[in-house]
Design a protein around this ligand. Structure first.
Ligand SMILES: C[S@@+](CC[C@H](N)C(=O)[O-])C[C@H]1O[C@@H](n2cnc3c(N)ncnc32)[C@H](O)[C@@H]1O
Length: 271
């Protein structure tokens, strides 16, 4: 028999045992508190940039998303970004073709771009001085390398190292499109886990940047351990550096106003 009622919710609650009801209310409360804690980050005002920082960020954004269609926003970022990510994925598949699963780098070759406002704030925290050298490890299409060069035109050299040759080519094509003053840049095609290459790459580096979300664990520590001079800084996004050679000196959360909450960890090489 089907029973009809005027108050189905009330009937359901009456049937529930008080202990279950209390536990459910506590769980709902906990979810609410967690969400409330996230709220200051989600949708919060983006970072406050200085006028110089803003104009450097626009110069790079306009170079990468030059056409009107590229500037259009989607849920995943601008259409220009989505297009670059598609090209990076095609380059990855071309590299992997015909290789066994054991041979290919897969997850570590995933493409993404660092938010340039976030980059500006992260760079503030390392106290950049004139003539210092910046290295972006896994530089993709060169956006972060060119971002550092535009934000700090007095840097000595900004070098990007990237595994996929097609992306190095794209980086070079963007270089001339960034208007205004910028430090000199260089894009190298290579693997940062190659000891011969990284001995040269990091020996003169003062600031190392890595958007390390997808990097294999420990690879960067090993690459930097015997090569990076003491006193140099390392900015890691979304992955910590382990081991006694690296001292955590600062931590910066991305307030870029989207649901992805990135964290920057700033380290100093201490021995
Ligand atoms: C998340 S993307 C970051 C791109 C860039 N740093 C930015 O913020 O716009 C990481 C890049 O690292 C590259 N990569 C991954 N492993 C690498 C390795 N062992 N050597 C050089 N590049 C690598 C990938 O191909 C990818 O383009």
């Amino acid at each position: 028999m089907i029973a009809y009622t005027n108050d189905p919710v009330g009937d359901l609650l009456a049937e529930l045992k008080p202990a279950y009801l209390a536990a459910t209310l506590v769980a709902i409360g906990a979810v609410g508190v967690t969400f409330a804690q996230l709220l200051p980050s989600i949708g919060a005002a983006a970072f406050e940039l200085t006028e110089e920082e803003e104009s450097a960020v626009s110069a790079v954004s306009n170079a990468f998303d030059a056409a009107d269609w590229e500037k259009e926003d989607t849920e995943e970022g601008t259409k220009g970004y989505v297009n670059r990510r598609r090209q990076a994925n095609e380059a990855k598949l071309a590299y992997q073709e015909g290789k066994s699963n054991r041979e290919v780098r897969d997850s570590s070759l995933r493409y993404a771009e660092t938010n340039l406002d976030f980059l500006a704030v992260l760079l503030r925290s390392v106290g950049i001085q004139r003539g210092q050298n910046f290295v972006d490890v896994g530089s993709g299409c060169g956006r972060t390398t060119l971002g550092a060069a535009a934000l700090y035109p007095t840097l000595g050299k900004c070098t990007g190292i990237e595994f996929l040759p097609e992306l190095v080519k794209m980086s070079n094509s963007y270089r001339g499109k960034v208007k205004g003053r910028k430090a000199s840049t260089d894009f190298i095609n290579g693997d940062f886990t190659d000891p011969v290459l990284n001995a040269k790459l990091f020996a003169k580096a003062d600031i190392v940047f890595a958007s390390a979300t997808y990097f294999n664990k420990n690879e960067l520590e090993i690459a930097l351990e015997d090569t990076l001079p003491i006193g140099s800084k390392v900015i890691m996004v979304d992955q910590r550096l382990r081991g006694p050679s690296f001292k955590l000196v600062d931590e910066v959360n991305d307030a870029a106003g989207d649901l992805q909450l990135n964290t920057g960890y700033i380290y100093e090489k201490v021995n």
